[in-house]
Design a binder for this molecule. Sequence first.
Ligand code: HEM
Length: 376
Amino acid sequence: DLVVPFRGKHQAGITTAVQQHLYFASFDMTSTAGREELKSLLADWTAAAARMTRGQDVTDEGAVGGGPYKPPDDTGEALDLQANALTITFGFGPTLFEDADGRDRFGIADRRPKELVELPSFAFDLLEDRFSGGDLCIQACANDPQVAVHAIRNLSRIAFGRAQVRWTQLGYGRTSTTSKAQATPRNLFGFKDGTANIFGSDGSDLATSVWADDSDQPWLDGGTFLVARKIQMLIESWDRVRLEEQEAIIGRDKGEGAPLSGGTEFTEPKFDVFSTKAGGPAIPMDSHVRLAHPDHNGGARMLRRGYNFVEGNNDLGQLNAGLFFLAFVRSPQQFIDVQRSLAKDTLNEYIRHIGSAIFAVPGGIRAGDSVGSGLF
Ligand code: HEM
């Protein structure tokens, strides 16, 4: 049984070796909630999250210890399951500080990091409100899906009357890796995903690209920004593409995950290698890896921690499936720069961004403290 410490310098669930399953929830504060409700909600969430990440029920009385005459404090479906590396990570959306009508509902407008604003729109965006935005978010990751679902279910229940779920996302398989000890998983296009990620052991890369230590808000020290994008993948169209072309679109080979400029999975891509067969650069100009690479984005990198999702089929029998893309960045600009370069990506013919959200993720929660205490 694996217990990931809940408290520390940074929140867990960012550099933590990526767990197999995800349940993610975005919340809005209820219309009647004020500053005191936000404060008490964050304190209650912290206490429950600390317990659940240790594999315990949400309270001492829990699922069966509260006597027969009241509904149990804990919903009980994780009773016989262990912690399963559960991590619970909290984030704050721009609307928590100032809502769409410009109101400062909780008296915290001056605590908003200046970079915490809605993302701009990008080429090919087909965003839907029902998959986008939110005042608060909780990312629950675990190696057992029921443990992650139990965590979000109980935190939503605790929020009753103060905040309500706006949208959720279930992810059944990681598409990233943050530890060299983990094998690189595959996304639903069948390619290894996460090869060129920032790893939990890359201290200097984390310092330059992930931790927002010098933002304008001290409460964000040890924290980061989280960009979430729900990306539908047009699986049936992709499956009809010749292997050679699939590889040219990504810029890596499908079996090994090696860059088309040669070598093995972890060989650095070389963008000046010419291929007679391709009649141009071995890694095509409009391939995903070339356009997303730091060399072509002023050095911008990100810690990707996304998950595959499948949500049944549409009326034509096609899969509703894709990638729930999650990236942790020191500044949202890193994501914006890369996503703008990807406007030329040939992959765009096979994907659609349908949801988007951005959150500021506060630093680690110290002993005796609650998440977000620095907001008040
Ligand atoms: C790399 C797939 C969306 C940023 C990769 C790789 C694959 C892949 C197969 C190569 C392996 C690796 O290094 O991880 C996909 C698919 C997407 C998608 C299927 C959509 C469904 C995005 C988005 C972004 C992004 C939206 C950011 C705006 C990156 C970056 C790399 C990468 C930064 C590493 C590039 C490098 O340094 O070599 N992606 N990706 N990807 N992707 Fe994506």
